[in-house]
Design a protein around this ligand. Structure first.
Ligand SMILES: [Zn+2]
Ligand SMILES: [Zn+2]
Ligand SMILES: [Zn+2]
Length: 291
């Protein structure tokens, strides 16, 4: 029987993590007090002997605790884009830490250029730590008979690189991983779709991990410089979840997002039936029992 792929959520925070360094907001103070943390957004897809890691964060050691010990050998890395929390663990693969060679690095052309133009990362290419495999937007990469991955271009601040979501297709279920994009108006125009539902239907996604960085538009003073569609806007565009709807789980939470408040402070935030991702959660891409 071919391997049965499954995804595990390794982190649900925005790039700064929770608590964010130097912050004493109610959420960060709570996590500090409880000695808890949330790592930047990343997922792992285990497919037989292969472990495909989507974005590499500085918290990789903590995050791999969510993966069974026999599956921890990372074979492939896929990068969404060049912002801090999505790439700041790359150095862990090199000589100072894991000292690995031959990791397949799936990146867009602009992301590869960023890596080549960054001396410490370029050295890792020269040392054979990473074997770059550039991908093209909307061109499906077949990994095995039971797993294929399609990079989907999305508009997002492109100071360093372009940005991709990943459509991860198993034998029975398809996961769309979309942690960062700017605004629904620009994204839907970019993909030529009229509504979020139409787009996800066209992609044939069953589960979506969706940018939930902020709850509202006025969460931080410099928010117009770091656009993300707020969860409240996404939910108002979607309307309440219906029984036949796909499974959308928000991810990539900024420390200011009130959905992270503990206790009664969360007040009347209404997800209208949609869900929040959590660390360690497993998403089966196959309906065949593997254990
Ligand atoms: Zn991010
Ligand atoms: Zn904070
Ligand atoms: Zn970003």
């Amino acid at each position: 029987m071919p391997p049965q792929p499954k995804a595990t959520i390794l982190g649900i925070a925005q790039d700064g993590g929770v608590p964010q360094p130097g912050c004493n907001c109610a959420t960060c103070a709570y996590y500090a007090e409880e000695k808890q943390q949330l790592s930047p957004t990343s997922i792992a897809v285990v497919n037989g002997d292969e472990l495909h890691l989507f974005d590499v964060t500085r918290d990789l050691a903590r995050q791999l605790l969510f993966i069974p010990i026999e599956s921890k050998r990372i074979t492939d890395v896929w990068l969404t884009h060049g912002h801090l929390g999505h790439i700041d663990g790359l150095g862990l693969f090199g000589k100072e830490a894991m000292g690995l060679v031959g990791i397949r690095l799936h990146v867009s052309e602009t992301m590869l250029k960023l890596i080549q133009n960054t001396p410490r990362w370029n050295l890792m290419l020269e040392q054979g730590v990473f074997l770059p495999i550039p991908f093209n937007s909307d061109v499906t990469v077949k990994i095995s008979s039971n797993l294929s991955i399609k990079p989907v271009s999305v508009p997002h601040r492109d100071e360093f690189s372009d940005t991709h979501a990943f459509l991860i297709k198993g034998p029975d279920r398809t996961l769309l991983h979309l942690p960062d994009h700017d605004r629904w108006k620009t994204t839907l125009a970019h993909v030529g779709m009229r509504s979020i539902r139409d787009w996800f239907r066209q992609l044939q996604a069953d589960v979506v991990l969706l940018d939930g960085t902020f709850w509202s538009d006025e969460e931080i003073s410099r928010q117009s410089n770091v656009p993300h569609p707020p969860i409240s806007e996404t939910i108002s565009l979607l309307g309440p979840r219906k029984s036949e709807d796909i499974d959308i789980r928000f991810i990539h939470f900024n420390h200011t997002n009130p959905i992270l408040y503990k206790g009664n402070d969360a007040g009347d935030l209404d997800l209208k039936g949609w869900a929040l991702a959590s660390e360690g959660e497993v998403i089966e891409l196959s309906m065949v029992a593997t254990e």
